[in-house]
Ligand binder design. Structure first.
Ligand code: GUN
Ligand code: ZN
Length: 469
């Protein structure tokens, strides 16, 4: 397994912590490997040793445990699968209050539900409250990193990162840039002002603890050429520091027609962003349902990441993502999963895998659990260019962990007796898709969510002063 440089992400005085049980992690991309059985490591009885928020050793319990006689604090899981924490590559926390709004196609859904809801985030107290609820949903579902849209207002960004800091989660977010074709209550005052504010927020939050900043033009139709140009300039100035660019691309037919009308000179939708310097190696494109071959080639050449958001695509009746095109071995594109809440209908990455399988089946392909759980973990980390930091259970990685319950209900427990391999079991979990399937979530080594603990959610500070717990 690959090693990375281990910087403490959680100072706990060097005390060791262990997590023991059946575990699965990926080491390579099974979509492009010649032998997919070499892409993962499965341990029947594994042990992860954690120090200062970093995994310092991972392997068979019988080999690892004797090396750490001082290790006393071990959480042991039976009838569960320990995985890297899930990664949500595209989600709008500000849409949590309108998830499940009765449907329409993308553009009228934005006008009818999304924009009025997002307009409320100028109010910091409102934003704080939504951020709190959102983090609980993510952590309950075993998601430990997400690439998250805030909205126009600085308040929405601060509320998000402040809550992330409380859990010490590794999160990516940023102010949304949008200066045309939306209500005044949500519109940026001017392109210049929006970029100045973005740079202030970037300086405040990027690399503060585990937080990372993204420059976020909502999508081409809601930014003027001037705003896109300034956003591209800013991105190019900060890309070497690991700042992201996050936007929507080729999601729905109505959107594509609008983009063609607004940008008649562009070769294609990707080219609209490319012209402004927005397509580069930290660019994350959500949806990509209607991407054409020349665009896939550009996304590959520029080393972009894409987020597959099937529950949203089904809910909004968009196009269908084609993973076999994204993962064409001649020019593979970094791909992870996204919930796209509130277009998506739940916060669970395994439940997105259920929908991804069905989206593939509708196109006469399929998607097995070996590949789908890769997308949920290491694939997501690759899409975010964080594959040396998160998304794997291996020495040197940040200790972000999900623990899936193989007995989340009486029926699933009964059904599991007929399953043999780990991938059969995971496929059953993703297909029967209960919101209660995640038992526990670790962030930087702290068990911030535990389904059966009295206090289900705990902030990082609760672990340094346990009397507060
Ligand atoms: N395109 C532009 N904005 C949005 C949004 O909020 N959700 C989705 N699904 N697509 C978008
Ligand atoms: Zn979205």
């Amino acid at each position: 397994m690959c090693k990375t440089t281990a910087l403490p992400v959680n100072q706990n005085g060097g005390e060791l912590k262990g997590v023991r049980g059946q575990m699965l992690t990926y080491t390579a991309d099974p979509f492009i490997a010649t032998d997919e059985s070499k892409c993962y490591q499965y341990l029947d009885d594994g042990l992860i040793v954690i120090q200062d928020g970093i995994m310092i050793d991972v392997g068979d319990y019988k080999d690892i445990a004797p090396k750490y006689p001082q290790l006393k604090n071990v959480d042991q899981y039976q009838d569960a699968v320990i995985l890297p924490g899930f990664i949500d590559c595209h989600v709008h926390y500000v849409q949590s209050p309108m998830i499940g709004s009765f449907g329409d196609t993308l553009l009228s859904w934005l006008n009818q539900y999304t924009f009025p809801t997002e307009s409320k985030f100028k109010d910091k107290a409102f934003a704080d409250n939504v951020a709190k609820v959102f983090f609980r949903q993510l952590l309950e579902q075993g998601t430990t990193t997400a690439n998250v849209f805030a909205t126009t207002f600085a308040e929405s960004v601060d509320a998000f990162f402040e809550e992330s800091e409380r859990y010490n989660t590794r999160m990516i977010s940023g102010k949304v840039l949008q200066d045309r074709n939306l209500p005044d209550s949500l519109k940026d005052e001017s392109a210049e002002e929006s970029i100045t504010l973005t740079e202030q927020l970037l300086k405040k939050w990027h690399h503060r603890g585990r937080q990372l900043y993204a420059i976020v033009p909502r999508f081409a139709p809601t930014s003027t050429d001037k705003q896109l140009a300034l956003a591209g300039e800013l991105y190019q100035r900060y890309i070497d520091q690991g700042v992201y660019m996050h936007t929507h691309l080729d999601e729905a037919y109505g959107e594509l027609a609008w983009v063609n009308q607004l940008f008649p000179d562009a070769k294609n939708y990707t080219d609209v962003y490319k012209k402004y310097g927005l397509v580069d190696n930290h660019s994350i494109m959500a949806h990509c349902c209607l991407v054409r071959e020349d665009e896939w080639q550009t996304l590959h050449d520029c080393d972009c990441g894409v987020a597959h958001c099937p529950s949203s695509n089904l809910f909004l009746g968009d196009g269908e993502f084609k993973y076999w095109e994204a993962k064409n071995p001649r020019r593979p594109v970094r791909t992870g999963m996204g919930t796209d809440v509130g277009g998506g209908t739940n916060f669970s990455i395994p439940r997105q895998l259920n929908e991804a399988y069905k989206v593939a089946m509708l196109q006469m392909k399929n998607l097995d659990a070996l590949k789908s759980f890769y997308l949920a973990t290491r694939g997501g980390a690759e899409a975010l260019h964080l594959e040396k930091t998160i998304g794997s259970l291996a020495p040197g990685y940040e200790a972000d962990i999900a623990v899936l319950d193989l007995k989340p209900s009486e029926f699933v427990e009964w059904r599991m007796q007929f399953a043999t391999s780990i991938f059969d079991k995971l496929f059953i979990l993703q297909t029967l898709a209960l919101d209660t399937m995640n038992k526990a979530t670790y962030v930087a080594g702290n068990k911030v969510f535990d389904r059966v603990r009295d206090k289900k959610f705990m902030y990082a500070a609760d672990f340094t002063s346990p009397e507060k717990a």
